[in-house]
Write a protein that binds this ligand. Structure first.
Ligand code: NDP
Length: 683
């Protein structure tokens, strides 16, 4: 029995694993640090637990309360982050590398917490409106709803981001309301295990929402059914093998893959060595080669450079790489740590040998150098290595071989069209960076790049100070690329949550659709109450509660007064002749006057539970309002969202949106919009 701790799986609410199995070594010095466990896991029990407990406890909450839980979990992890940093360096990571993994992961929780609060409703049904009228009489509509899938999300992750890799998948699936089972890559699973322990200790995780598998997934994939989802990050070969699991195919189980990606960066032809952008390019490429020792799915593997700048780029980049101190990441001043394991070191060395068949080495001695620190000769270090492929049109080489480490290849190009052809040789990538000063070049190159890349990062002097960089996937932007990159999609804001939900088209009368979606749809039965809707507290208001106002005839004096008050003397309102020549053939009232007059019709002026009006959505002026027209407004409670928030004075309140229809004397719609208010709760 080894003295090194044995990691445990977290299955059905229990920590399982006493007997040591595979030894996991420190990337810095090759010493044993942890073991996986030898116990076989009962995945039938794990799935039953996820279905019976996890799903139930998650759906006892709603989108809004799950968003609040994500925020609280994020805070708990930040408060306890040092325990994660304390072991992260064993993966070969510097403090900066660990920051990306640990705090970048937590930032994803915070981002989804806030996107959930701002964009998702109360309850567990997400209406993807607006509803479309399908019948002429306005009593048959169609729309879409999304509901949490009734299964389990299985997340299989790569070794390079043991925490971010888990949390970037967990956050959207948790918000959607699906339980998950996380399987980290064994080599760095100690960090994922430590993070899951913290999450469990926080007491914030609903029972069964998260389970952890250390080691093999056994028969898990064969036990899944059509409501489950599998996500995968890792090599293309494993992705393809798992994607083809007969049970996944037979049950149409979604399989989302992020796989190897031969990302490129392009220095545009307009940039000269004297430009700021030239230095930005060098800095970005060097950073992408050395952060996480180049073990990022987004790292720049191919450097596309105009033919006449190859020497200048080679020289500058080599000089920059020469300044990178490689060694034990716990030593002050070390800028690049080790690869994650000796296996990875061997793999990168082999891939480098293969790349040499098409490229010459400009910088780097591979493993033939001394990294800083005691015992590092037994560690998985690899010096940054820069290659030059002078014949990039040939098949193979860096277009096909991914050395998953600090290795990148310069490729000269003749013109933009040639550069785009070379970029496409990657056969689908997660991300590319274009460095240019020219908006015209960006407009030409980016759409062509977008066909082959999941994300296109444009870098120039203006964006450089705030740019989050080539290599950072962001929660609000899509992560995933076509073809070789796996063809998957993750993150991308609320879109990322929808991957864990089932979209269904719904059809029926507006009253039925209102009941199902929890959102008032015009044409539905309204609840007309003699008491003004603004007199009701948030919890007392009902969707569909409505007010039809008195009428008002618009006069020329209204237009003149409004013009003088606002300073808006647009010809359509004040120039009789020009207005007659216009498409309306007469003077019309300001749209903003109609809006203001409608507020005058529907607002109840007394002090009451409506605390604030914070904006308008979907405003359309549908028909003109002329002098002599008579307008009337209908105000209807459209949606209610309980974000669990309080006003600065401590009043608990919720968000209420109101549907507003302004009509004329013929019953025609003249203005249409939603107003957004904060309404106090009764207690
Ligand atoms: P792998 O594809 O070998 O493994 C990825 C994950 O799949 C790990 O959790 C692994 O678990 C698991 N896995 C492997 N086989 C099975 C199986 N039969 N059933 C279920 N799960 C399985 O990738 P690595 O992490 O070892 O990285 C290898 C290469 O992948 C890198 O060199 C790099 O080229 C690429 N990569 C790409 C990334 C991307 O995002 N595009 C990220 C990281 C790596 P276990 O570790 O226990 O075997």
């Amino acid at each position: 029995m080894s003295a090194k701790p044995t990691l445990q799986s977290f299955i059905a609410g229990e920590w399982i694993g006493q007997t040591a199995d595979k030894t996991l070594t420190s990337a810095i010095n090759g010493k044993a640090v942890f073991h996986t466990h030898a116990e076989q896991l009962d995945f039938g029990r794990s799935l039953d637990f996820a279905h019976s407990k996890g799903r139930k406890s998650l759906l006892a909450l709603d989108f809004q309360s799950r968003a609040s839980t994500l925020r609280a979990l994020g805070k708990y992890l930040i408060d306890n982050k040092e325990s994660l940093y304390a072991i992260s360096h064993h993966t070969g990571a510097t403090r900066t590398d660990s920051w990306i993994d640990i705090e970048g992961g937590v930032a994803t929780l915070f981002a989804y917490a806030s996107m959930g609060r701002n964009n998702l409703p109360s309850g567990n049904v997400l209406h993807e409106g607006a509803a479309t009228q399908l019948g002429k009489q306005g009593q048959f509509f169609g729309s879409h709803i999304l509901v949490p899938r009734q299964g389990v999300a299985v997340h299989i992750n790569a070794f390079n981001f043991p925490i971010w890799g888990m949390l970037e998948k967990f956050a959207p699936n948790f918000l959607a309301g699906m339980p998950c089972i996380v399987k980290p890559a064994s080599q760095t699973s100690y960090l994922t295990e430590a993070c899951v322990r913290l999450m469990a200790q926080s007491g914030l995780l609903p029972e069964g929402a998260l389970q952890l598998v250390i080691g093999s997934t056994g028969d898990l994939l064969n036990r899944l059914d059509s409501q489950d989802v599998v996500t995968f990050t890792g090599s293309a070969s494993t992705a393809n093998m798992l994607r083809a699991t007969p049970n996944l195919l037979n049950n149409a189980i979604p399989f989302n893959a992020e796989a190897d990606s031969l990302n490129c960066a392009m220095l545009a032809e307009d940039v000269t060595p004297d430009d700021v952008e030239f230095d930005l390019f060098i800095k970005e490429v060097a950073r992408e080669m050395t952060v996480k020792a180049g073990q990022k799915c987004t790292a720049i593997r191919r450097i596309l450079v105009p033919e006449n700048l190859v020497d200048a780029v080679s020289e500058k980049l080599s000089a920059r790489l020469a300044k990178v101190t490689v060694g034990d990441p716990t030593i002050e001043g070390v800028r690049m740590g080790a690869l994650a394991s000796m296996d990875q070191q061997r793999d990168v060395a082999e891939k480098l040998e293969a790349l040499k068949a098409s490229s010459e080495v400009l910088f780097g001695r591979g493993t033939e150098y001394s990294a800083q620190g005691d015992g590092t000769d037994k560690g998985a270090f690899f010096e940054p290595t820069l290659l030059l492929n002078s014949s990039p049109d040939q098949e193979g080489g860096a277009h096909d071989i991914e050395a998953f480490g600090p290795v990148s290849t310069i490729m000269p190009y003749r013109d933009s069209a040639h550069a785009l052809a070379l970029a496409a040789r990657g056969k689908g990538s997660l991300v590319t960076t274009l460095v240019t000063k020219s908006p015209e070049i960006a407009a030409e190159v980016v759409p062509a790049m977008a066909v082959w890349h999941g994300r296109v990062h444009i870098l120039d002097e203006a964006s450089s100070k705030e740019s989050t960089g080539h290599g950072s996937p962001l929660p609000m932007l899509k992560h995933g690329g076509p073809g070789r990159a796996g063809g998957g999609e993750e993150l991308g804001g609320i879109q990322g949550v929808k991957h864990y939900m089932q979209r269904s088209a719904i059809q029926g009368s507006p009253t039925m659709l209102t009941a199902v979606t929890g959102e008032f749809i015009r044409g539905a039965k309204t609840i007309d109450n003699p008491i003004h809707p603004f007199r009701f507290h948030f919890d007392e208001l009902q969707i569909g509660q409505s007010l039809l106002t008195h009428r008002r005839t618009v006069t020329e004096a209204d237009i003149v007064n409004f013009g003088c008050l606002s300073g808006d003397h647009f010809y359509m309102h004040f120039d009789e002749q020009a207005a007659c020549d216009s498409m309306f053939e007469k003077r019309i009232a300001h749209g903003y006057f109609v809006l203001s007059a409608a507020a005058g019709l529907f607002v109840d002026p007394g002090v009451g539970p409506v605390l604030a009006n914070y904006g308008l959505d979907t405003l359309r002026f549908v028909n003109p309002v002329a002098i002599g027209d008579t307008i009337q407004a209908r105000l209807t409670c459209k949606t209610k969202i309980d974000q669990g928030k309080q006003s600065p004075k401590g009043d608990p309140h919720g968000v209420v949106s109101w549907d507003v229809e302004v009509t004329n004397q013929h019953g025609e719609l003249v203005a249409s919009y939603d107003i957004l208010t904060l309404v106090q709760k009764s207690s």
